[in-house]
Ligand binder design. Sequence first.
Ligand SMILES: [Zn+2]
Length: 551
Amino acid sequence: MMCSGIKALAMALVGALALTSTSSFGWEKDKTYKITILHTNDHHGHFWRSEHGEYGLAAQKTLVDRVRHEVESQGGSVLLLSGGDINTGVPESDVLDAEPDFRGMNLIGYDAMAVGNHEFDNPLSVLRQQEKLAKFPFLSANIYQKSTGERLFKPWAIFKPQGVKVAVIGLTTDDTAKIGNPEYFTDIEFRKPADEAKLVIEELQQSEKPDIIIAATHMGHYDNGNHGSNAPGDVELARSLPKGALSMIVGGHSQNPVCMEKSNRKIKDYIPGTPCTPDLQNGTLIVQAHEWGKYVGRADFEFRNGLLTLKRYRLLPVNLKKELKWDNGKSEWVLYLPEIPESPQMLTLLSPFQKKGKAQLAVKLGSVNQKLEGDRNKVRFEQTNLARLILNAQMARSKADFAAMSGGGIRDSIEAGNITYKDVLKVQPFGNTLVYVDFTGQEALDYLTAVAQKKPDSGAYPQFANVSFNAAGGKLSALKIKGEPVDLAKTYRMATLSFNGAGGDGWPKIDGHASYVNTGFIDAEVLKEYIQKNSPIDAATLAPQGEVSMK
Ligand SMILES: [Zn+2]
């Protein structure tokens, strides 16, 4: 079944490229060139192996070196691309502004990277610093500086493996300004990736005349182009362009293994080490390697007389493991495939960074007697005790009467037991700041009415503290603040995060309100201090009591 899938794919690519290939003829007639594209995406700070010994750049280095050796010993060439989002997600990396991650990528020998939305979690000055550190280009054709109308990044890079001309275009989701921290986007514009891709491909075909055009994107893969409330992704991009204009899209952002079960449908629970058929849309191959360096995607192509043919595609797991549970309640983590040893050279590079990061995070702050719920499948659907704790911390720091934030801003749970700064940073990794605003009762009512319309199963789903109401049919009734019916003429202080205050997740913008204050306090630091002051924390006091009802 797999073989026929790949064969069909290869045939389709040949057909598509025959129509569009305009070679500069750096290659020889009737010679077969082996070109292997390796790819990763959504690394999110995972430079070090996980607590169970999975992934990490040290094992990835060994794996990539092996593939390079294999391909090059057969006269072939390797290009290594990233679909972006290197930043944000692991505290040891976050406190070091992802320096170990970019240094590690240099050592592995990345050739280019798409700029992801999370590259903007820090001010642009940090991103420019990272760009300087990296020995490979950050690519994005559709990010512009508003004031100058100039692109902020290189739109493409050209590579010439064995004289075959390969252009790699970068594209970034135009959701970035909506889902990122709006404070950083005052002079940055994200144009429609598909429109920019069309322009850039035409320009390339006029000027560089590449043999192969690949897009490294950070836009997401949505089955059959059903992108829901997200901006259009890779499938929509491929369909919008002339057939086969792009040979391949190396994607990211949706963080899945793109392995198709049948046409237009991904395998839901892909098992590491099993065959993977990438997506094929309108003559364009679409790949994505899940996230965090869990896999390195490997596409082995042959290029001959202007035609590119996929010979084989695989997702190579990087020491992924499954948890085997025993009847005595104990469990064991077992590798799917034989272990890939970590590169000593990479460990020498990364160990000092890991130590430095750890030292900053491992200090005990306090404790809690039950789990504080921050699971994605909870905080985007219902009120949780962890949201309550975070909002209580915000109110305590800002002397607010009530608080609200989008559930998507809560990224992890806190387990019962001791709490460290590392635990806190996993919950709030984005470095947003605490803000507050003094609303009239009427303004509070209007604001909460708007926010209560945000739907479950999205990052925008709201979490509340010190408010109760019934929301139905676009209206709020029985609104109470701090247990008292709202007085429309009274003043109430609301705390939230700069992200939401600036309109993030589609919440009403309040940063223009006359009473708006950005405290400059980092969210994780606010929570950290609250935990220190209020430990041991009794989780029962934070349990939601059905205060809000949203239908
Ligand atoms: Zn992303």
